[in-house]
Ligand binder design. Structure first.
Ligand SMILES: Nc1ncnc2c1ncn2[C@@H]1O[C@H](COP(=O)(O)OP(=O)(O)OP(=O)(O)O)[C@@H](O)[C@H]1O
Ligand SMILES: [Mg+2]
Length: 293
C-alpha cells in the first residue's frame, strides 16, 4: 500500500504546507482550529486559506469539523506529510520506496538517503489499530481522541529514539539510528529475516546465547530493559545469522519500578520460544541470575 502523505506531498505548494503547520501549532492547545487561528499562525488571509484548505481536505490531510464553528485538524496523513517533508528538507531522505510491513503500532517503509543508501522508515501509529472503524465512529463522536493519537505516536517514536541511541552508544546489536521527525524514525535497514519466520536453525543455542547477552548488556551496562522482547522483535542478519534486536518504544530504565518484572517477562518470552521450537530445556532462573549479576 502506498503512503497517502508521501504522494500528497508532491501535490502541495509551500503555502499549503505552511497551513498544515499552522494547524499543527493550533492543535497544541485545541482540537479543531478555525480559519482565524490558521490566519494568525500562517500570516495568510482567510480567502486564500480557504482555497488551499480545500486541496488539503480533498487529499485527506485535514479533517473538517462543523459544530458551533468550523474547525480543522490534521489527519495522520497530514502528520505523515509534515514529518516526511521535514526529513526531505533536512536532507535525511530523498525518496520513499515500498512498504515492508504493517506492525501493530507502525508502518514500515524502505527509503533512500541522500547517498542512495537504502534505509528504513518506521512511522509510529499509536491508537490507530482499527483505524477505519475508529474513523467511521469519529464522524459521529466529533473526533475526541485524534490529537492524542498523533501525540501518542510522536511520544512512542521519541521513546524509541532515546533507547536506540543509547543502545547504539553501547554497541548493542540494534539498527543504527539516523534521524527522526515527529513520529517517523529513520534507521539502518537490516538485511535479514524475522526470527519468528525462520523455519529452522542449525545453531539455535548460539543464537539464544547472543540474545541473552544483549539482555544482559542492556540491563547491566546500558541500564535498561527492552520490555517487549520476543521472537517477533528479533531479526537474524542474512550474512551471519547474528540476532539484531528491534522495536524499542516500550523500553524502560532499570530504575523504573516495573523494570524487573519486564526483564523477567522478556527472558521468559525468549526462553519459551527457543524451548518450544528448538526443543531446548533452559533454566530460566539460571539465565535471570546470569543477566542480573
Ligand atoms: N531496522 C529494520 N530493518 C529491517 N526490518 C525492520 C527494521 N525495523 C523493523 N523491521 C521490520 O518491520 C517489522 C515491524 O517493526 P517493529 O517491530 O519495530 O514495529 P511494530 O509496530 O512493533 O511491529 P509489530 O507490532 O509487528 O511488532 C519488524 O518485525 C521487521 O520485520
Ligand atoms: Mg515489533
Amino acid at each position: 500500500m502506498s503512503l497517502k502523505g508521501a504522494s500528497a506531498l508532491k501535490l502541495l505548494n509551500k503555502h499549503e504546507i505552511r497551513i498544515l503547520v499552522a494547524i499543527e501549532v493550533g492543535m497544541k492547545t485545541s482540537q479543531f482550529i478555525d480559519i482565524e487561528t490558521i490566519a494568525k499562525y500562517s500570516g495568510y488571509n482567510q480567502g486564500k486559506i480557504e482555497h488551499w484548505l480545500k486541496n488539503c481536505h480533498k487529499l485527506n490531510l485535514v479533517h473538517r469539523w462543523s459544530g458551533h464553528f468550523t474547525g480543522y485538524e490534521l489527519t495522520i496523513h497530514g502528520y505523515d506529510l509534515l514529518a516526511l517533508n521535514a526529513l526531505y528538507e533536512k536532507g535525511v531522505i530523498k525518496s520513499i520506496g515500498r512498504e515492508r510491513g504493517v506492525g501493530k503500532e507502525s508502518r514500515i517503509f524502505y527509503a533512500l538517503n541522500n547517498n542512495d543508501q537504502e534505509v528504513l522508515l518506521k512511522l509510529h501509529r499509536v491508537g490507530f489499530t482499527s483505524f477505519h472503524q475508529v474513523k467511521k465512529k469519529r464522524r459521529y463522536t466529533a473526533n475526541k481522541h485524534h490529537i492524542s493519537e498523533l501525540y501518542s505516536s510522536r511520544l512512542s517514536a521519541e521513546s524509541e529514539v532515546k533507547w536506540l541511541k543509547i543502545a547504539n552508544e553501547m554497541n548493542l546489536p540494534v539498527p543504527t539510528y539516523f534521524d527522526y521527525n515527529r513520529h517517523i524514525i529513520v534507521m539502518e535497514l537490516i538485511e535479514g529475516i524475522d526470527l519468528v519466520k525462520v523455519k529452522n536453525l542449525d545453531e539455535p543455542v548460539e543464537i539464544l546465547e547472543n540474545i541473552v547477552l544483549f539482555i544482559k548488556n542492556a540491563w547491566s551496562k546500558a541500564n535498561f530493559v527492552h520490555g517487549d522482547l520476543s521472537e517477533y522483535n528479533i531479526l537474524l542478519k542474512s550474512e551471519n545469522l547474528h540476532p539484531i534486536i528491534i522495536d524499542f518504544p516500550q523500553s524502560v530504565d532499570r530504575s523504573e519500578k516495573n523494570a524487573n518484572e519486564l526483564l523477567m517477562r522478556d527472558i521468559k518470552n525468549i526462553i519459551s520460544f527457543f524451548d518450544r521450537k528448538y526443543k531446548l530445556n533452559t533454566d530460566i532462573n539460571e539465565i535471570y541470575n546470569y543477566v542480573t549479576n
